[in-house]
Design a protein around this ligand. Structure first.
Ligand code: AP5
Length: 214
């Protein structure tokens, strides 16, 4: 199965991707994670990428597309993948289509997690990440507290500051919303309400994926 996961910053893409990986054995491909990895590596690309991410702007299409293309050529995708954070612009839709076709892969569905801006602003302010396992936590979510050893190492993302969150949301509405409209037109879009507990969001996703298989 090949899925795209799309939604506003903080809508719960990473959270649901983890569940999709556990339940369906998919590989999680996150362009955000790949770009942050490039930043950590200190490469020339990483230095450039940092200037965009830290301001809440999109990294230029060509850089992100090259990373996706390389990633799809690794030999670990036999069970399929869920790609989170790509395509994010209309140009990336066409690049992704080209990449998939040239590798004889077919997109099964585009999963959109729909959440209002006010909710995501609150969620992102409370988000923390375990840099070792990449597990995402929310300090304000009941039952989502890390064990004491993990709590000592969890970190906040650089771009989860209020002014940058606002910019990311505005970028999302201007550049990524047209991607949602595109996939609605193709009939490949599955939209779920993300303003519920993560387990309920996932149950809705599973139900919709099951109906795809029939
Ligand atoms: P990226 O890493 O993709 O960030 P994003 O899209 O802004 O999304 P987030 O990772 O912030 O949120 P999420 O939806 O995964 O939510 P999460 O599950 O963590 O991209 C970062 C940057 O990289 C971009 O700004 C851009 O610069 C660049 N970039 C990436 N891809 C690019 C591309 N294709 N082209 C160009 N540039 C690109 O959840 C958030 C919080 O809410 C957590 O604390 C979580 O515990 C909590 N939570 C989750 N679900 C629920 C729920 N149902 N109820 C309550 N709390 C919940």
């Amino acid at each position: 199965m090949h899925l795209i996961l799309i939604g506003a910053p903080g809508s719960g893409k990473g959270t649901q991707a983890r569940r999709l990986v556990e339940t369906y054995g998919l590989v999680h491909i996150s362009t955000g994670d790949m770009l942050r990895e490039a930043v950590r590596s200190g490469s020339d690309l990483g230095v450039l990428v940092h200037t965009y991410i830290s301001q809440g702007h999109l990294v230029p299409d060509t850089h992100v597309t090259s990373l996706v293309e390389e990633r799809l050529d690794r030999g670990d995708l036999a069970n399929g993948f869920v790609i989170d954070g790509y395509p994010r612009t209309v140009r990336q839709i066409h690049e992704f289509d080209r990449i998939m076709k040239s590798r004889q892969r077919t997109l099964n569905a585009v999963l959109r997690i729909d959440v209002l801006d006010d909710i995501v602003i609150a969620r992102l302010s409370d988000r923390r990440i375990d840099p070792v396992t990449k597990r995402i936590y929310n300090l304000n979510l009941e039952g989502d507290h890390p064990a004491p050893d993990v709590e000592a190492r969890i970190v906040q993302r650089d771009d989860d500051r209020p002014e940058i969150i606002k910019q990311r949301l505005s970028t999302y509405h201007a550049e990524t919303y047209p991607v949602i409209e595109f996939y609605r037109e193709t009939g490949q879009m599955i939209e779920v309400n993300g303003a519920r507990a993560p387990s309920l969001v996932f149950a809705a996703i599973q139900k919709r994926l099951a109906s795809l298989e029939q």
